[in-house]
Design a protein around this ligand. Structure first.
Ligand SMILES: Nc1nc2c(ncn2[C@@H]2O[C@H](COP(=O)(O)OP(=O)(O)OP(=O)(O)O)[C@@H](O)[C@H]2O)c(=O)[nH]1
Ligand SMILES: [Mg+2]
Length: 612
């Protein structure tokens, strides 16, 4: 048979780029694209082209995995860039199903970090061939030997088969666009890495003559073509017009013609006539396809095993905005609209889970960490949604009569000066230090085991306590029996006692009690949180109160109230800050904090009844 296939499996490689956050994965993909001549990559010098959604650009992190490809020595290399932040690990677990090898990128200054371990473990479990890339060797802080030693230890620890210890190590500067097989032979391009991929990563295997079969691993949406299903063909081939069945849990949901077939070429999706086993393709024609569905030849509907992911660790409620300002700033936000949006999210955000809440206006949304949920909220708010959300809480599960809670490994890299304040706070959060290393120059690396329950809210504290001189990262470890209580150490809040528009005089009065959160001229409602109290209890104050005007104006005394600038919190800081009897109100325009129960009189009654 004369094959029409452009890429026979032996000149094809499928790899994922995996690493701890910020170790340079996306920069490495950029370097590979630039060298192989993708014009968009060369034009965009300095900007990471793969991090193309606005939240990724603003935050400088990758949130979604993305496909691209390069051609090198007549071989097509499909590359999947993945996020390194632990909250988006689901993205990694999902896409490694499409690859046979991975580049494990390691920052030469940091060495392996908690997420390096996590992603390598997942990659080895899937049987991927790893290539280690020690990156940022140009950096003055590079500690190459240390990084290599760390990698060797990590593999020794995680490998289950002797062959897994047979991995190449390359040295690179993704930023400067070069990679080397050793430290002595200097180069100016990425060829060493490309050659290693060709030599060490196996070409995809599978039977080209067998009936077509593919696991849907990613989804995309196109305004003209509708839903697009992305996956790696695990059997046979797929041509435009082929009759294909969509299966879920072994059941055929739909049989239809394949409308279009695409492959990834550089940054483009190129339409092709036919693609064969091993190729990563995008296809249209199935509008209600979900990640985890199997697409097959209609005459051989065999389901592939589903994608198995680690469980969510954190949950919160998303509710219809019940504040007096509801409907004023958002265009979407009814229970039906929120439900529909969350259900749509489930199709692609595979590590998310959604359950009904206590009322029809509430949904319990579970994810892999605070950032995972915060990014969803931020995305919804930019789409015009308004909603109210509760404090994130760790997920406790009952197994054989024992309550288990998620534990994480927390790594803190900071200056010695902050050891005291950090360890004291962490011990009240039930953290246990498992390691501490000093470099003799005032830097300190501390490792802790901590329940997720204790970690919630720590991020904001850490940023303040370490005065911005530190980095922390945490990775889910395991579920362990629930022990001990964590007391909420936050002080009370200043609460608006009546609705109105806040004025300088009212704010000035509030500043006598603590720190305020809003600017003059902002509308407030009863029960809205307008500041933090320096004492333990909540105080209701009238922040809209004007100074009584006397007939005789003391010169200059009235309007010249001196105000301290308000503390304006980001969404994540707000989620960290609130207590369980409070909510964050999110609209496209504002983030407000509020008591769950708004009327003062109701809150007083509640406080009294809980005392008895
Ligand atoms: N000096 C130096 N800096 C680098 C190099 N590679 C990446 N960086 C910098 O490291 C930072 C993180 O790079 P990214 O490519 O976004 O890292 P990432 O691994 O994709 O990050 P996430 O996707 O969020 O996990 C950026 O500031 C890069 O400019 C390198 O080879 N040398
Ligand atoms: Mg990235």
């Amino acid at each position: 048979m004369v094959s029409l296939l452009k890429n026979a499996p032996d000149n094809l490689r499928n790899i994922a780029i995996i690493a701890h956050v910020d170790h340079g994965k996306t920069t490495l993909v950029d370097a590979m694209l630039k060298q192989t001549g993708d014009s968009r990559a060369t034009q965009n010098l300095g900007e990471l082209i793969m991090d193309n959604n606005p939240l990724e650009r603003e935050r400088g992190i990758t949130i979604l995995s993305k496909n691209t490809s390069v051609n090198y020595k007549n071989t097509k290399i499909n590359i999947i860039d993945t996020p390194g932040h632990a909250d988006f690990s689901g993205e990694v677990e999902r896409v490694i199903n499409m690859t046979d090898g991975c580049l494990l990128v390691i920052d030469a200054a940091d060495g392996p970090m908690p997420q390096t371990r996590y992603v390598l473990k997942k990659a080895l479990e899937k049987g991927l061939r790893p290539i280690v890339v020690i990156n940022k060797i140009d950096s003055p802080n590079a500690r190459i030997e240390f990084a290599v030693e760390g990698v060797n230890d990590l593999f020794l620890d995680l490998a289950t088969e002797p062959e897994q210890l047979d991995f190449p190590i390359l040295y690179a500067s993704a930023r400067d666009g070069y990679s080397q097989n050793d430290l002595l032979t200097k180069t100016t391009d990425m060829n060493a890495l490309f050659d290693a991929i060709l030599n060490f990563v196996p070409a995809p295997s599978g039977d080209l003559e067998a009936p077509f079969q593919m696991l849907v691993t990613s989804l995309a949406y196109d305004n003209h073509l509708g839903q697009i299903a992305i996956g790696r063909i695990s059997r046979g081939q797929l041509a435009r017009g082929d009759l294909v069945s969509q299966l879920r849990f072994g059941e055929v949901l739909k049989t239809d013609k394949t409308a279009h077939v695409f492959t990834f070429e550089g940054l483009e999706r190129i339409e092709i006539d036919v693609a064969g086993v091993g190729e990563i393709v995008a296809m249209s024609g199935f509008d209600h396809v979900a990640i985890g569905d199997t697409l097959t030849d209609s005459e051989y509907p065999d389901t592939l095993p589903p994608i198995i992911l680690d469980e969510p660790t954190v949950r919160m409620t998303f509710g219809v905005n019940s504040s007096p300002f509801t409907g004023l700033e958002g265009s979407l936000g009814t229970s039906r609209e929120i439900r529909a949006r969350l259900e749509k999210e489930l199709q692609t955000n595979v590590s998310l889970k959604i359950h009904d809440g206590e009322s029809a206006d509430e949904f319990v949304v579970s994810g892999r960490g605070e950032l995972h949920l915060a990014i969803l909220i931020e995305t919804m708010r930019r789409e015009g949604y308004e909603l109210e959300v509760s404090k994130p809480q760790a997920i406790i599960k009952l197994v054989d009569g024992v309550n288990l809670e998620p534990y994480e490994t927390l790594l803190i890299d900071t200056r010695e000066d902050f050891i005291g304040i950090l360890t004291e706070n962490l011990s009240s959060r039930l953290a246990e230090m498992t390691n501490m290393e000093a470099d003799g120059q005032g830097n300190i690396l501390m490792t802790f085991e901590i329940p997720t329950r204790g970690l919630i809210g720590f991020n904001s504290f850490f940023a303040k306590a370490s005065k911005g001189q530190g980095v922390m990262s945490s990775v889910f470890d395991e579920f362990k029996p629930l022990v001990g209580a964590i007391t909420d150490s936050r002080s009370g809040v200043l609460v608006a006692s009546q609705p109105g528009v806040c004025v300088p005089y009212g704010i000035s009065n509030a500043q006598g009690r603590g720190q305020t959160f809003i600017d003059p001229g902002q509308p407030v409602y009863e029960g809205m949180i307008v500041g933090s109290n320096s004492r333990q209890d909540d105080i209701d104050i009238n922040i809209c109160k004007e100074k009584k005007l006397t007939n005789v104006r003391a010169a200059g005394s009235d309007d010249a109230v001196r105000l301290t600038p308000p503390l304006l919190m980001s969404l994540e800081e707000s989620l960290d800050y609130i207590s369980i009897d409070e909510l964050v109100e999110i609209t496209p325009k504002k983030i407000r904090l509020r008591k769950k129960v708004l009327p003062l009189i109701e809150r007083r009654k509640l406080a009294r009844s809980s005392r008895f």
